[in-house]
Design a protein around this ligand. Structure first.
Ligand SMILES: NC(=O)C1=CN([C@@H]2O[C@H](COP(=O)(O)OP(=O)(O)OC[C@H]3O[C@@H](n4cnc5c(N)ncnc54)[C@H](O)[C@@H]3O)[C@@H](O)[C@H]2O)C=CC1
Ligand SMILES: Nc1nc(O)c(N)c(N[C@@H]2O[C@H](COP(=O)(O)O)[C@@H](O)[C@H]2O)n1
Length: 227
């Protein structure tokens, strides 16, 4: 089965950090980059984040431009792409912005280790897809998303989910805005977290484009998965 075309979009500091060591969201990019991000959301079938990002930022993942929402509507789509949270233990708060803000479908991806009572509550608000035992099985989930008609998937982090997707060979492209600031801190999350690749498995990229944007640079990379 064809997997969805999947890209990561992220903003990082000049030292590769995507937030502070306290997981506080930082405005890394400017208006032009936020507008580009909004366009990517509006032209994707689904947008995915990890539960760490929902707990840290309470992201709504909505399309902010009214014109883009209307354009989606006029083509027969919901105003917002399907919003997906990777949430093995069903920790998504019931009053999270992802449920409150904007119309459209939500998917909470849980694992067999999620408490049944919380799963039942989430089912009132979203489609809950269960894969894996302790953790969400991302490959199985991606196959299920594909069978639902999701062809273009935007992954918006954070560091742990980026790692899990990349190390499972599920990402086609990475778009990284590099901003004009330094955040520092060994424990502050970087673009890719997780346990990291060992020397022989390091993931190669091919530079697709580089563009000066706002006060930073937008880098677009293709992931070379088949080496
Ligand atoms: N600057 C930027 O572009 C962005 C920055 N962020 C920042 O990233 C930080 C959050 O990143 P993280 O703490 O790494 O959390 P995360 O958002 O990557 O979520 C990770 C969590 O997902 C869950 N998970 C479920 N199944 C999994 C699987 N199969 N593999 C891996 N994880 C799985 C685990 O509970 C894991 O702790 C926040 O500080 C946020 O502000 C997040 C998005 C964009
Ligand atoms: N692309 C980008 N640039 C920045 O400078 C950022 N701080 C972030 N952060 C992420 O953007 C998302 C905001 O979503 P909503 O406005 O709530 O829809 C959220 O996931 C942040 O982590 N991104």
């Amino acid at each position: 089965m064809d997997m969805p075309f999947t890209f990561i979009n992220s903003a990082m500091s000049a030292d590769g950090k995507i937030s502070t060591k306290e997981r506080k969201q930082v405005r890394i990019s400017g208006d032009v980059d936020f507008d580009r991000m909004d366009d990517l959301r509006a032209t994707s079938d689904a947008v995915m984040v990890g539960i760490g990002t929902i707990l840290a930022d309470d992201s709504s993942l909505t399309v902010k431009s009214e014109a883009r929402r209307s354009s989606r509507k006029s083509k027969g789509y919901d105003e917002n792409p399907i919003r997906i949270v990777i949430d093995s233990k069903a920790r998504t708060p019931l009053d999270a912005d992802i449920f409150i803000k904007g119309e459209g479908k939500r998917i909470i991806a849980v694992s067999g280790s999620a408490p049944a009572d919380k799963v039942e509550m989430l089912q009132q608000k979203a489609l809950v897809i269960k894969t894996g035992y302790e953790q969400v099985d991302l490959c199985a989930l991606m196959k299920e998303l594909s069978s639902m008609g999701i062809r273009r998937l935007m992954v918006e982090g954070g560091a742990t989910l980026n790692w899990a997707m990349l190390s499972s060979g599920l990402v086609d492209e990475v778009y990284s805005f590099v901003g004009n600031l330094l955040i520092g801190g060994t424990s502050a999350p970087t673009l890719v977290g997780g346990v990291g690749f060992v020397e022989n498995d390091i993931l190669p990229l091919k530079l697709m484009s580089l563009e000066k944007m706002d006060e930073g640079v937008l880098l677009k990379w293709a992931v070379i998965n088949d080496v």
